[in-house]
Write a protein that binds this ligand. Structure first.
Ligand code: HEM
Length: 288
């Protein structure tokens, strides 16, 4: 197991345990009305400027700042090219979920004033990140996370098709089904519809594969281990064909997504800095 996989798994487990504990610890307080809170025993610890909640806010904000390192690693030329871009993105996603969660506890689930624009921008960026991750996975990439050249993807696709035909003698009729069922049909449609069709296609994929596996069972002369390999190659072929035929749409959607995701991220950071500056000027410096 790769070391980053272990670290990320541990981080996710610690994150889930922390959220569970924060809910368990503060539930009675968060459930109170705003007017009843000042009389609660936990108020001094859990009010947004209290020892604990202020800490959640600081740690959450640091996480949000840290996740911008992905952009720095991706875009800044002089930044050391350490680690794979895809690994940086995994940390970005972890921080992009955990930071907003901690900041939500910092707010004690009440949102008002100008800083709520920052809060809701953050939530929009976080939720849109999930859509972005989906589109990101539709673009063929090298192991390092960089986009593959179109010719390389086409070459890989043809190589798999050739293997299925030449090595395993999969008949032309079955190959045609692999090709057709795996394709994303380029119909005239709005981009939003195309996104839904992409998602629908992914939901349908297990059923399509099951149908293709049934067809593959009819191929003569395959022993058990060969059948397994043919199934694996077919799975790969359907995935690549889908990515290739949907690439134009995915690129366009991913471009729109970037245009949407980034401004909200910058609004969030800008107002977050104003909020931090104002609170520090008012003397709320936590334990420092
Ligand atoms: C408040 C939280 C978040 C902020 C402020 C944020 C900010 C950003 C920014 C500024 C970029 C542009 C990077 C660049 O191209 O330079 C980006 C890209 C991206 N983010 Fe986030 N993000 C957040 C949460 C998330 C989450 C939760 C996910 C996924 C679960 C996510 C997935 C992505 C993906 C897939 C990209 C595109 C990567 C690429 O094109 O190379 N983000 N994010």
């Amino acid at each position: 197991m790769n070391v980053h996989k272990i670290i990320l798994t541990l981080l996710i487990l610690v994150g889930i345990a922390t959220v569970g504990y924060l809910i368990y610890f503060g539930y009675d307080y968060y459930a109170l009305t705003l007017t009843a809170r000042p009389r609660a025993e936990l108020h001094e610890l859990l009010k947004p400027s209290g020892l604990y909640s202020h800490g959640y806010g600081i740690i959450g904000s640091l996480m949000l700042l840290l996740l911008f390192l992905y952009s720095v690693r991706k875009r800044v030329r002089w930044f050391p090219k350490i680690g794979k871009l895809s690994t940086w993105l995994k940390y970005h996603m972890f921080l992009g979920v955990m930071g907003p969660v901690l900041i939500t506890f910092h707010t004690t689930f009440k949102y008002n004033g100008i800083v709520s624009i920052s809060y809701w921008s953050m939530i929009i960026v976080m939720l849109s990140g999930i859509v972005g991750r989906y589109l990101y996975s539709k673009i063929p990439r090298t192991i390092s996370g960089h986009e593959m050249a179109l010719e390389d993807v086409q070459a890989e696709n043809s190589e798999i098709a050739e293997k299925l035909r030449e090595e395993y003698h999969v008949p032309a009729t079955v190959m045609a089904d692999v090709e057709n069922l795996g394709s994303f049909a380029r119909e005239e449609q709005s981009d939003l519809r195309a996104l839904f069709r992409l998602i629908l296609g992914d939901l349908k994929r297990p059923f399509i594969l099951r149908r293709l596996y049934r067809e593959l069972k009819t191929v003569e002369g395959l022993d058990k281990s060969e059948y397994k390999r043919v199934k694996r190659l077919t799975r790969q072929k359907v995935k690549i064909t889908r990515k290739l035929t949907g690439l134009e749409v995915t690129h366009r959607l991913f471009h729109y997504w970037h245009v949407f995701h980034k401004p909200f991220a910058y609004v969030m950071i800008f107002i977050m800095f104003i909020h931090i500056t104002v609170t520090v000027l008012f003397g709320y410096t936590w334990i420092f």
